[in-house]
Design a protein. Structure first.
Length: 250
């Protein structure tokens, strides 16, 4: 370096060689880009909390309700026995907590069939038989007394019939809430079979229509001939509880 160059450099006016790369401080790393946090997707099939109790168990009567129901049966003169709780190994929802087996729903009105049901069902059947079935029969020729009901199904662990659904819901029969009546038996007259009686224009049709319609005062579901093919040969009566007290009477 010349003398003048040294002077200029002393005044910080000279051009010095660039610092070697290895003398530079390391470059600051680029800030990390935030990565999306995987969100847990809700499982539509997940069940929160403990599993729901079996359907039959959720319908169990309190001691007070059961005592009130049995008192009503006593007033009706129902002949029945109390049975142990019913459950079913094939479907945990099926069963009856406090079943009754009814022999006669009124003192002289026999249930012909395996009449196991909840007490609520028996009570509804008894009041319907006493207050509407018997008076309706008195209007038939010869005023016969109804002495028997030929039953179809009472308790049965199975799905609903005639709904057309691929996976139909549990039948009310599987909970002891339902009873099927296939025929009315009279003292001194031929049995009256439940069957389609559309516009036959006789008292048999009037009787079947009358007792079927009156059933809706005691039962929340009444089905029969014309409801669907599965009910063409019996009346289905059940005490299913629906939201808002809604009733299905056809
Ligand atoms: Zn039925």
């Amino acid at each position: 370096m010349t003398r003048w160059g040294a002077i200029l450099c002393a005044l910080a006016l000279c051009q010095t060689a660039p610092a070697a790369a290895q003398d530079r401080p390391p470059e600051r790393p680029a800030p990390a880009q935030p990565q999306p946090v995987p969100q847990a997707q809700p499982d539509p099939g997940a069940v929160f909390g403990p599993p729901a109790p079996p359907r039959w168990f959720s319908l169990r009567e309190t001691d007070e309700d059961h005592a009130a129901c049995k008192l009503a049966l006593s007033l009706l003169g129902t002949v029945y026995t109390e049975e142990p709780s019913i459950t079913d190994p094939d479907d945990p929802d099926c069963g009856i907590a406090r079943p009754v087996r009814v022999e006669r729903i009124l003192p002289d009105l026999t249930l012909e069939g395996d009449a196991v049901m909840r007490c609520d069902t028996a009570r509804a059947l008894g009041f319907w038989a006493r207050d509407f079935l018997r008076p309706a029969a008195a209007m038939l020729p010869g005023a016969p007394r109804v002495t028997g009901l030929q039953l179809g199904t009472a308790y049965d662990c199975r799905p609903r019939l005639g709904t057309g659904a691929e996976q139909p819901k549990l039948s009310e029969h599987a909970l002891g809430n339902a009873i099927d009546i296939a025929a009315f038996v009279f003292d001194g007259a031929d049995p009256l079979i439940v069957q389609p009686r559309t516009d036959t224009g006789d008292l048999a049709e009037a009787f079947q229509r009358t007792v079927r319609a009156a059933g809706c005062l005691f039962f929340s579901t009444v089905l029969g001939p014309g409801s669907n093919d599965a009910h063409d040969d019996h009346l289905h009566l059940d005490v299913a509880v629906r939201r808002g007290g809604w009733r299905l009477c056809q």
